[in-house]
Design a binder for this molecule. Structure first.
Ligand SMILES: *[C@@H]1O[C@H](CO)[C@@H](O)[C@H](O)[C@H]1NC(C)=O
Ligand SMILES: *[C@@H]1O[C@H](CO)[C@@H](O)[C@H](O)[C@H]1NC(C)=O
Ligand SMILES: *[C@@H]1O[C@H](CO)[C@@H](O)[C@H](O)[C@H]1NC(C)=O
Ligand SMILES: *[C@@H]1O[C@H](CO)[C@@H](O)[C@H](O)[C@H]1NC(C)=O
Ligand SMILES: *[C@@H]1O[C@H](CO)[C@@H](O)[C@H](O)[C@H]1NC(C)=O
Ligand SMILES: *[C@@H]1O[C@H](CO)[C@@H](O)[C@H](O)[C@H]1NC(C)=O
Ligand SMILES: *[C@@H]1O[C@H](CO)[C@@H](O)[C@H](O)[C@H]1NC(C)=O
Length: 414
């Protein structure tokens, strides 16, 4: 799923009218043209895209990048042969697994002879099943499983562990559906060694919860470093050929060349919250790290800048923005829209589809125009793989729609 957005403003002498043309892939636009006036913008064009999850071929001990966000009739094999889990494919029935919080369990078999686990007779989210695992401080854990519910509509499902303080840590989360299988994938790095019941939560308290091909793979620090180095080699490094020639373009032999690494071509940084503004030590640490970019965890979000309809307040993001700008740190924009229902303001929930669409485009113009020159990349729709606020309200293509914002200088003051 790629969302690309093209925003261009031209001629800025007197102000600009920013017009957005919305395209829905494969269907006609709901509303095709919006205009907003903004003053004091300069001329720049942006291109944004969200890169889809990609699978990579990997060998034995290598990290398995495979992930799927689709609901599949025939899902993939178990990853890492289940890692440190016992009986991860339920070929040995219930062996290694126990009922959690009182669910009834049984292992069923498909026509093709594949076993999977069923938790039924449920009345609480946590009535599922578990396996006791030991997790080591300093090691890295990657988790995956295939899940499904017997009936109803889509349901949130999580894999969790309980920490010694008795708090729950979600290590993977996703949606389960009736009729097809979805993948949960996640990971965890414990701050302490612990013996814990790895179990599931299924937010339909009564539906049967089905699971298959569970994996918990442990990596030590050396192995993890190897994954990182492999990824660096594959993604970041390129071969280059330098040819030194004389004035007549003849290759010169035996020349000594010194190459100095000055800065990376890509951004490296970390996210910050508004508390960043209050802590000088934090600021100093950030600047000393040699980071080239940052992103604000929440402060550019819609609920932050316009909690009450029609009253925008950019005080905090502006201040954060100014700090980084003054220090030459690039900012990644996060986020124009967010598909998580409860993170959208109540007043947005009350809107008709048409109003919501128009308001979403106004929001787009507001936040993007404000930081137009200085943000190198935007998240346009956040968390749209497992949430669908805008899809539910506007239509199934809401996230896939391509915003193509064209600016035309429609008027000119004389
Ligand atoms: C990743 O998924 C693809 C497609 O399902 C499969 O062919 C491949 O074997 C998988 N790779 C690993 C390492 O599991
Ligand atoms: C689990 O993996 C087996 C192959 O080992 C495959 O046939 C089966 O469809 C998988 N089941 C699920 C639900 O992923
Ligand atoms: C399961 O959830 C119920 C309801 O929230 C709670 O009372 C119970 O203690 C939980 N059981 C376990 C084993 O976590
Ligand atoms: C369902 O659960 C109740 C108590 O939680 C138990 O008494 C009953 O035997 C269970 N039924 C089945 C079919 O497992
Ligand atoms: C939850 O499961 C029950 C079956 O136990 C089903 O009737 C109901 O529709 C499901 N609810 C949702 C919201 O999916
Ligand atoms: C990490 O695991 C590798 C095997 O993959 C092993 O050879 C190595 O000794 C381990 N390193 C540490 C520090 O445990
Ligand atoms: C805008 O937000 C700032 C920071 O939260 C606050 O101090 C200020 O009072 C707000 N301005 C208005 C007009 O509400």
């Amino acid at each position: 799923m790629a969302v690309d957005l093209f925003l261009r403003t031209v001629s800025c002498a007197y102000g600009v009218i920013l017009c957005c043309l919305l395209f829905f892939e494969g269907s006609s636009p709901l509303i095709s043209f919006f205009c907003f006036s903004n003053f004091g913008l300069s001329c720049v064009s942006y291109k944004l895209f969200v890169v889809p999850l990609g699978g990579h071929g990997v060998d034995g001990a290598a990290y398995n990048y495979n992930a799927s966000i689709e609901c599949l009739a025939e899902p993939q094999r178990v990853q890492y042969k289940g890692g440190k889990l016992r009986n991860p494919k339920f070929e040995l029935g219930l062996d290694g697994w126990t009922s959690y919080a009182g669910a009834s369990l049984e292992v069923r078999r498909t026509f093709s002879g594949n076993n999977f686990m069923v938790a039924y007779n449920r009345s609480q989210n946590n009535e599922t099943f578990s396996q006791q695992v030991y997790m080591d401080k300093g090691k890295y854990y990657t988790f995956s499983a295939w899940v499904r519910v017997s009936e109803g509509s889509e349901t949130t499902v999580s894999a969790v562990i309980t920490t010694p303080g008795n708090s729950m840590r979600v290590i993977a989360s996703g949606n389960a559906y009736p009729g097809c299988w979805t993948m949960l994938k996640g990971g965890f790095q414990p701050e302490f060694s612990l013996l814990t019941d790895l179990h599931f939560l299924c937010y339909n308290k009564t539906a049967e919860f089905w699971v298959d091909n569970v994996s918990l793979k442990e990596f030590n620090q050396t192995e993890w470093l190897v994954h990182q180095q492999r990824a660096i080699r594959r993604v970041r490094k390129r071969k280059i050929l330098l040819q030194i020639t004389d004035k007549l373009a003849r290759p010169v032999r035996g020349v000594k060349v010194n190459i100095k690494f000055r800065k990376p071509l890509f951004h490296v940084g970390c996210g910050v919250t508004d508390t960043f503004l209050q802590y000088k030590k934090y600021q100093e640490w950030f600047l000393q790290k040699g980071f080239t970019a940052s992103v604000f965890t929440n402060q550019m979000k819609w609920y932050w800048t316009e909690s009450r309809q029609g009253i925008e307040n950019y005080t905090v993001p502006d201040a954060m923005f100014q700090f980084f700008k003054d220090h030459g740190i690039a900012i990644r924009g996060h986020t124009v829209l967010w598909d998580k229902p409860k993170m959208n303001q109540d007043w947005l929930h009350r809107m008709t589809p048409k109003e919501l669409l128009a308001t979403a485009v106004r929001r787009l113009a507001s936040v993007m125009a404000r930081y137009l020159n200085d943000i190198f990349e935007w998240d346009v729709v956040n968390e749209n793989l497992h949430f669908h606020f805008f899809e539910d309200k506007i239509g199934p293509q809401a996230s896939g729609m391509r915003y193509i914002c064209r600016s035309t200088q429609v008027y000119k003051k004389v």
